[in-house]
Each structure stands twice: as structure tokens, then as C-alpha cells.
Design a protein around this ligand. Structure first.
Ligand code: ZN
Length: 293
């Protein structure tokens, strides 16, 4: 973080008590106001790009979405942080050492008492992922893990651009793959009635706009297409056929389209065509055709 810039965050006056370990701490929050954020384009991963300003430098709002206990490293989105049931607290307390040891292998000197640096931000999403693993299905933990993996991948890519020799691109890819798995796993749970993804607030994926369940459908397919590993080409084509129908749910319904944001429709249409072309190229090469059910 630059030394001469005014702070873009502040710490809450009142402390909160960590529901897992009892530590009292003040929560870091972002200041909102004129000139701090200059929005630019949105990427095809639905990430908002912000232009650094002279006064504040680079400001990335997703750095501050996760509340992290500075002592036991329990981490969750702000709205979930305090709402733990007894068995959840117990499991989170039991995994306290695991959480700390694992993240310290990547970042040995994390500090959640001082203003967050990029590494605390990236680590906060990893810590949220392992914390949500222990939370009840009523908190829709799988999609929150997926969203956390995606944002971790974004922050690691930012770090790679600044420090190209530190292997952050490797970490970014690892988290993109996790996100691909988790988004699709969350969708399966939604369709099986196990977790209510579609009713979850704050699906983002960035903080500037919530694309809701359409965003989840779109990202599930995009991440699968771009980042997933496959054991062979036939498996990949089979999975991509499903991904294509997932995207079709967003773009397919002509009359409903008007109510949807242009960004998601345009991106979904592009992705639908891109996956379609990929499948066609495979079929042309192998003399097979898509089995239209
Ligand atoms: Zn704690």
C-alpha cells in the first residue's frame, strides 16, 4: 500500500466478539465517497475494473468483503460472520490450527489488526473457503466458497501482474479450478434442493452489481469451459454440452430477455457461441454429431 495516500478504510469504533474464539476486534471497513472509485469496464468474468486515482491509488472493494478474526482466522462474509450455531463454532474451533498452518505456508506474516494489504485480502478468501466448508447448508456455503475461490483467483492474478516471478499465477489457476468445481457443485445442490443458491444475496460476483442466479449459471459454464481439467476429450465435450444448455437457460428465453441486464446477456451469448464452435470443431474432426435430446 502506498504511504502518502489517504486511507480508504477505517476500523469500526465498536469491537465485535469472534463467535468462535471470543477475541474482541474492530472490523476494517471501506470508506465510500466521491472520487475513491473510478469504474471502468466489466470483464467477461463479470469483474469490475477500477482505475487507480491520483489521490487514493488502487482501490479494490472486494478486498474488504470478508470479516476475519485476527486470532483464530475464522472468516466469513459480513452478514454471516456472527450467526453461528454451537456445532459450527465447535468445528471451526477444532480446525483453528489447520487454517493458520495452511495459509501461513503461503503467507507467513499475515496481520488482520492493521489495514489490509493485498495478501491479507487474498488470504481472507482462502480462509472463508475453509470456514464455509464447516457451515450448515442453510447458509448456502458451497456458492459462497465458489465466489471466494473466484475472487481469490482474481486477487492472485492482480498480484502476478505486480510480482511476475512469485508464482501467483499458479495460485490464481488453482483457485480458478476450485471455483469451476464449486460453482457447478453449488448448482447441483440448488437443483437437488439441498442449498438455496438462487435465494442467496450478494452473489456478485463483484461488489458493484449482483447478477444473481443468472450470474451463477453463466460463471459455472464459463469456468468449466476455461479452467476445468478433463481426463479426456470425450468427457470434456460431454460436459461442455451440458454447460451449453446451462448458458441457454440465460439466453434462450426470447421474451424474458428484456428484463435481464445487457452485460449478462451479451456475455452469455458469446459464451454459448464459443462453446458451440468448440463442440462443432470436435465433431467435424471426429465425424460425430451432437445428439439432440
Ligand atoms: Zn476467533
Amino acid at each position: 500500500m502506498s504511504d502518502n495516500k489517504p486511507s480508504i478504510t477505517f476500523f469500526s469504533t465498536d469491537s465485535i466478539e469472534c463467535p468462535v474464539c471470543g477475541k474482541l476486534f474492530r472490523v476494517e471497513k471501506m470508506r465510500h465517497g466521491r472520487g475513491r472509485l473510478v469504474s471502468k469496464e466489466i470483464t467477461d468474468e463479470l469483474r469490475r475494473v477500477y482505475e487507480p486515482t491520483q489521490a487514493y491509488g488502487e482501490v479494490i472493494p472486494i478486498h474488504y468483503s470478508i470479516t476475519v478474526c485476527p486470532d483464530c482466522y475464522y472468516a466469513a462474509y459480513q452478514n454471516d460472520f456472527l450467526s453461528l450455531k454451537a456445532p459450527e463454532k465447535e468445528s471451526l474451533l477444532g480446525k483453528r490450527k489447520d487454517r493458520k498452518d495452511t495459509i501461513h505456508e503461503i503467507f507467513p506474516d499475515l496481520d488482520y489488526i492493521k489495514p489490509r494489504r493485498e495478501k491479507e485480502a487474498a488470504a481472507s478468501y482462502y480462509l472463508a473457503m475453509v470456514s464455509y466448508e464447516l457451515l450448515n447448508p442453510d447458509k448456502a456455503p458451497t456458492i459462497k466458497q465458489g465466489l471466494s475461490a473466484l475472487r481469490a483467483a482474481w486477487i492472485f492474478s492482480d498480484m502476478h501482474r505486480k510480482f511476475p516471478n512469485d508464482n501467483y499465477d499458479y495460485l490464481s489457476t488453482v483457485f480458478y479450478k476450485k471455483a469451476a468445481y464449486l460453482y457447478n457443485s453449488a448448482l447441483r445442490k440448488e437443483f437437488a434442493g439441498k442449498e438455496r443458491v438462487s435465494e442467496t444475496p450478494g452473489l456478485g460476483p463483484d461488489v458493484d452489481k449482483n447478477y444473481g442466479f443468472d450470474g451463477v449459471l453463466y460463471l459455472a459454464a464459463l469456468l468449466l469451459f476455461r479452467y476445468s481439467d478433463y481426463s479426456n476429450q470425450e468427457e470434456k465435450i460431454e460436459i461442455l454440452r451440458n454447460a451449453k444448455s446451462t448458458v441457454a437457460r440465460i439466453v434462450g428465453m426470447g421474451k424474458k430477455m428484456k428484463s435481464k441486464p445487457t452485460v449478462i446477456l451479451e456475455n452469455a451469448r458469446d459464451l454459448y457461441n464459443e462453446i458451440g464452435d468448440y463442440i462443432k470443431a470436435y465433431e467435424a474432426e471426429n465425424g460425430t454429431t451432437e445428439n439432440q435430446a
